[in-house]
Write a protein that binds this ligand. Structure first.
Ligand code: ARG
Length: 276
């Protein structure tokens, strides 16, 4: 009888997971532009959310969304990129082991807030809205929102986006700005940035609004696309930390300050973003 109950519980859990995944995937085109394995040795399955992830356990758990080159992306099943490398060095300075959890970008803030991860690092922009629910470290990078269009597009400036279909990664600042400026009905949201870019190539959307460095990577990886000259918004990236964990915030800021002062941060950025 208990066996049966447990079996039913498992079936129910699987059905719920499938339902959640099913909902998440509704906007995704069939084939993503780049391959991003769903799991790897480096990441932890979402089901381990209840594990002890407190900073005292020796493991520092980072939430990210690893389809955002050059900040975080997969290379041979491993998550690499500027954020992954900086986080690794922060963990080292804290005497801890870094563990990276890959998840939907829209889930990161919640994961930080509930404490299922220690921090979120995902090319994440500091915004007033996010500061209501989480704290941010000192900033470690600046970015601008870029507009990607097809090479032969008639869209030449931000104003030309009026009435056009705009692809964005869900819950990103690109999503927020596009929705505010051009209306919810004109914004198509995707779970990954490269899915939005694939939709642009396929003619499903007319433009994609996304951070400049990932934009350059996506355009390099996909024929027939270009980035408009105008930048749409300027922003700063930082690490999201729970409001309850000022101790960790202070330690991360101290580690970041060292990495900035001794040139390590610049070296990592230069490795991933060659001067153009
Ligand atoms: N900077 C933007 C934001 O904070 C986009 C970040 C997307 N990051 C990612 N790893 N997919 O909303």
């Amino acid at each position: 009888m208990t066996k049966m109950k447990r079996f039913l519980a498992i079936v129910l859990a699987v059905v719920m997971c499938l339902a959640i995944v099913g909902c998440d995937k509704k906007d995704e085109p069939a084939a993503p532009a780049a391959s991003t394995p769903e799991s790897s040795a480096q990441t932890v399955a979402a089901t381990e959310d209840n594990a002890d992830n407190t900073t005292s356990s020796g493991t520092l758990v980072m939430a990210t969304n690893a389809s955002f080159p050059p900040y975080e992306y997969y290379e041979n099943e491993k998550i690499v990129g500027i954020d992954a490398e900086v986080a690794e060095l922060i963990a080292q300075k804290l005497g801890m082991t870094l563990e990276i959890k890959d998840m939907e970008f829209s889930s990161i803030i919640g994961a930080v807030q509930t404490g299922s991860v220690d921090f979120g690092m995902a090319g994440m922009t500091v915004t007033e809205e996010r500061l209501v629910t989480v704290d941010f470290s000192d900033t470690y990078a600046t970015a601008v929102q870029s507009v990607i269009v097809k090479e032969d597009s008639e869209i030449a400036a931000v104003e030309d986006l009026e009435g056009k279909k705009i692809g964005v990664q869900e819950s990103t600042t690109g999503d927020i700005y596009a929705t505010d400026d051009f209306g919810d009905e004109n914004v198509k949201r995707f779970s990954k940035g490269n899915d939005a870019v694939a939709a642009l190539s396929a003619g499903i959307v007319d433009a994609v609004i996304i951070d400049n460095e990932p934009a350059k990577n996506y355009v390099a990886a996909n024929e027939g696309l270009k980035i408009l000259d105008t930048s749409y918004a300027e922003e700063e990236y930082a690490i999201a930390i729970s409001k309850d964990n000022t101790e960790l915030k202070d330690k991360i800021n101290a580690a970041l300050a060292e990495l900035k002062a001794d040139g390590t941060l610049d070296a990592i950025v230069a490795k991933y973003i060659p001067e153009n």
